[in-house]
Design a binder for this molecule. Structure first.
Ligand SMILES: [Cu+2]
Length: 473
């Protein structure tokens, strides 16, 4: 329960490129107001564009963003809402926009088949059918996701519902409820983003941005503060905690709330994972959010991320509720179908590279299955589109209590096997697949990805395993 690391990391392993001074106010992605047209649909307009961003003052870098030069606005909708997106691509390349963690029809998912050509507009629409949680959105073009995300294309998507509204949790955006989007970059002395990659894992930077801010501080004014932490890095995995070792509560995982708050002093987040946490502050507190080094190549280094300063007077927040969601944990029956996958090297699943024209798995709608993912060499993680899962075990051991909630991405250490109970959705489409893949973006781009379709139960045998593709694949 001691503090994680001293400032500067004591030179034990590489960390921050330079000691932080916490001089830049943490940027807050704006909440995107939907266009109201009286039909009950929340209409959001996103434009992918190029721009210039100053990570170092006075030294602009060429970056990409949604409705701005870097990252994107936060979207917010409630369970039961219909949302309609107008996504316009003003980039010089084709791309896609994937709604990570969203339960929706495959044709709206924004995977590699939903290409948006330059100057084109894509208009997916769906009904929000899932419980309160923190999702995000980012490009997913086949073979090019890593650089599109690295240049800045990512944003948060918050889902609200009546159950969570009744919990008196901090939920006032930018007041006591903050997005914390963590990304590692390599920033050159002249302020530009380096796209140099390392062998095996791709980009691993030692400048950590929070919400696109380098060397940031945040002032808080309430006694409890909610941090919706998203690891939007290409490969880096973080072990997050506070410089004084203070405990905090995790209230939600990738796909929803935990059943009750879980106290911890550290959370592990691999790329694409989220942790919804509540931290307590006393008047005048100053504490640094840090990441400490782990055992694998992708979590090396001790980093300071963000200084949080509590105001001289704090507004008292309601106590944390003892119970959060009443939803039953995802569980699979003893006879559930088991599918086994191996993650091979850094570019294949079950010894095959991604093929846009090949359907790898056919899933009956609403299925509850056991998926076992065996990691044969390097560290990886595993994301399943349009599904929520519970991590039953990693190498036979239960996950930490703070991670025992509904998830869509799981970290798998080198040579470990993850066993998941996976709840699939009910949107059927025998010809448009969803993806499963490693979320280390270089691995995804290199082919550590597969495709599945969700079909009416009983029709699995008649589904074609080959689909026509447009563009490269
Ligand atoms: Cu991987």
């Amino acid at each position: 329960m001691s503090g994680l690391v001293g400032c500067g990391g004591a030179g034990s392993s590489e960390g921050n490129a330079a000691p932080l001074t916490y001089t830049n106010r943490l940027r807050l992605p704006p909440l995107l107001e939907p266009e109201a047209d009286g039909d009950g649909v929340r209409r959001f307009a996103l434009t992918l564009q190029t721009g210039m961003t100053e990570f170092f003052a006075g030294k602009p870098a060429a970056t990409w963003g949604f409705n701005g030069s870097y990252l994107g606005p936060t979207l917010r909708a409630r369970k039961g809402d219909r949302v309609a997106m107008k996504v316009t691509n003003q980039l010089p390349e084709s791309t896609t926009v994937h709604w990570h963690g969203m339960r929706l029809p495959a044709v709206m998912d924004g995977g590699p088949h939903q290409t948006i050509e330059p100057k084109a507009t894509w208009t997916p629409e769906w009904k929000i059918e899932q419980s309160a949680t923190t999702l995000w959105y980012h490009p997913h073009p086949h073979g090019a996701t890593s650089m599109h995300v690295y240049r800045g294309l990512a944003g948060m998507f918050i889902i609200d519902d009546a159950e969570a509204d009744g919990l008196s949790l901090p939920s006032s955006y930018g007041v006591d409820d903050f997005p914390i989007i963590v990304q590692d970059k390599t920033i050159e002395a002249n302020g530009t983003l380096s796209e140099d990659t390392r062998p095996t894992f791709g980009i691993m930077g030692n400048h950590i941005l929070v919400n696109g801010t380098y060397d940031p501080f945040l002032e808080v004014t309430t006694s409890r503060v909610r941090l919706r932490i998203l690891n939007a890095s290409n490969a880096r995995t973080y072990h997050l905690g506070f410089s004084d070792g203070r405990p905090f509560h995790v209230i939600g995982t990738d796909s929803g709330m935990l059943r009750k708050p879980v106290q911890t002093d550290r959370v592990l987040l691999s790329p694409a994972e989220r942790a919804d946490v509540v931290v307590e502050f006393a008047t005048g507190d100053e504490v640094v959010l840090q990441s400490s080094s782990g055992d694998d190549d992708i979590d090396e280094g001790d980093f300071n991320l963000l200084k949080i300063r509590a105001a001289g007077r704090l507004k008292a927040s309601p106590a944390l509720p003892g119970k959060l969601t009443a939803a039953a944990p995802i569980a699979a029956s003893p006879g559930a179908r088991v599918r086994r996958f191996t993650l091979n090297g850094h570019d294949a699943v079950n010894k095959r590279e991604m093929d846009m024209s090949r359907i790898d798995e056919v899933i009956p709608a609403g299925a509850l299955e056991i998926w076992e993912i065996e990691n044969t060499v390097y560290a990886h993680n595993f994301h399943i589109h349009e599904a929520a899962f519970r991590v039953l075990s990693i190498d036979g051991k239960a996950p930490p209590a703070y991670a025992d909630g509904p998830k869509d991405t799981v970290y798998i250490p080198p040579k470990a096997t993850a066993r998941l109970a996976v709840q699939f959705g009910r949107h059927t489409d025998p010809v448009m697949p969803y993806m499963f893949h490693c979320h280390i973006l270089r691995h995804e781009d290199e082919g550590m990805m597969g495709q599945f379709v969700v079909v009416e139960p009983g029709t699995e045998g008649s589904v074609s395993r080959t689909i026509p593709t447009h563009g490269h694949g």
